[in-house]
Design a protein around this ligand. Structure first.
Ligand code: G3H
Ligand code: 13P
Ligand code: ZN
Length: 312
């Protein structure tokens, strides 16, 4: 099977009350760990590449690694998605370069500029069979070089979503309901909360329309502990409780974005391995266990959070 766009995936996920995992990728071991888990569990998957990842690893390297995974697991529907595209040109490059889905994140612009930019990307992408994700509302946290403070973040206004979707023609919409990017989503002692009322209101206004949740890592405590016990310093890293993500997946959320949990799994495992084996210096010795940790973590997400196992 060739790379697919997200149309069928989202239609089935919405109807089935589950979500597709959208995992950020930037090297071979991450792609292998994720796709091996998806192959075993018969789970459809979105592999997503940020502008920073594309700069780091090179568009062609990433595309070829994903094509290799596709060849190994031909029965698994896989989409290759641009995460947080910020310009028309970047989105166009990815459409022209074989991606099957792009996000145009105009959430930093005012509403009318966001509509105009998103519409322009949709027109180009749809003419090439590529799906588009837009964003309304502003998440806190760090993406690439942009750091949005909690004060500058804003929840999605449900009164705008119909107008935005109708005027832009987007295929899915990322909304802000209290998740945030990175490993520090809540303060210690703060009760994690998401605005499920906003999600509910959005889905009432857009029946059957796929919603996307960014900043949806649970910041798995086991990996935070592993990092802190092996020379790292990530005190007070806290994520979204998994039961909340599960609830969102059963509602209108069809795509759940996970990057920080991959980073933590990889870094924690590498730190522990090197601390326990100070004389080892072959990268395969520490990247192998890191890849296994990513595989196991993704398998856990698929079965316990996303509910997309067996849906390929
Ligand atoms: O939403 C942001 C993702 O975690 C990607 O992060 O831009 O540092 O690659 P990055
Ligand atoms: P996390 O930082 O919670 O993994 O979010 C990733 C994300 O939203 C990528 O777009
Ligand atoms: Zn994001």
């Amino acid at each position: 099977m060739a790379l697919v766009n997200t149309t069928e995936m989202f239609k089935k996920a919405y109807a089935g009350g589950y979500a597709i995992g959208a995992f950020n990728v930037n090297n071979m071991e991450i792609i292998q760990g994720i796709t091996e888990a998806c192959g075993e569990l018969k789970a459809p998957v979105i592999l997503q590449v940020s502008a920073g990842a594309r700069k780091y690893a090179n568009h062609t390297y990433l595309l070829k690694l994903v094509e290799a995974a596709l060849q190994l697991y031909p029965e698994i529907p896989m989409a290759l998605h641009l995460d947080h595209g910020d310009t028309f040109e970047l989105c166009k490059d990815c459409v022209d370069g074989g991606f099957t889905s792009v996000m145009i994140d105009g959430s930093h612009h005012d509403y009318e500029d966001n509509v105009a930019l998103t519409k322009k990307v949709v027109e180009y992408a749809h003419a090439h069979g590529v799906c588009v994700e837009g964003e309304l509302g502003r998440l806190a946290g760090i993406e690439d070089d942009v750091n949005v403070s909690a004060e500058d973040a804003s929840y999605t206004n449900p009164a705008q979503v119909q107008d935005f979707v109708e005027r832009t023609g987007v295929d899915s919409l990322a909304i802000a309901i209290g998740t945030s990017h990175g490993a520090y989503k809540f303060k210690p002692g703060q009760k994690p909360q998401l605005r499920f009322d906003i999600l509910e209101e959005v889905s009432n206004r857009l029946p059957g329309f796929p919603i996307v949740l960014h900043g949806a890592s649970s910041v798995i405590p086991e990996f935070v502990r592993m990092i802190n016990e092996n020379g790292g310093q990530m005190p007070d890293a806290i994520g979204i409780p998994e039961d909340m993500l599960r609830k969102a997946a059963q509602m209108a959320v069809c795509k759940i974005n996970i990057d920080s949990d991959l980073r933590l799994a990889m870094t924690g495992t590498v730190r522990k391995y090197l601390a326990e084996n100070p004389s080892h210096f072959d990268p395969r010795q520490y990247l192998g266990p890191a890849r296994t940790a990513i595989h196991d973590m993704v398998a856990h997400k698929i079965t316990s959070v996303l509910g997309c196992d067996g849906k390929a």
